[in-house]
Design a protein around this ligand. Sequence first.
Ligand SMILES: [Zn+2]
Length: 70
Amino acid sequence: MPSRFNLFPFAVGQVLVLKKKHPCGSDRWRVERVGADIGCICVGCSHFHVWPRRQLEKALKDVIEPSLPS
Ligand SMILES: [Zn+2]
């Protein structure tokens, strides 16, 4: 069993900055779908990719929250 249960609150609209760059050169992904796996679109090339939640948490460097409607 993993020693810690750290469920990061991923939410649609967030932009995730990952440690690893996509081949297109962008390290940012926009969250499109949230569940057991997280569906993201690469900000650089619009490539859609589904990440296992745990893998995404490990690769995560920063999160840019969507700007709130004023
Ligand atoms: Zn890309």
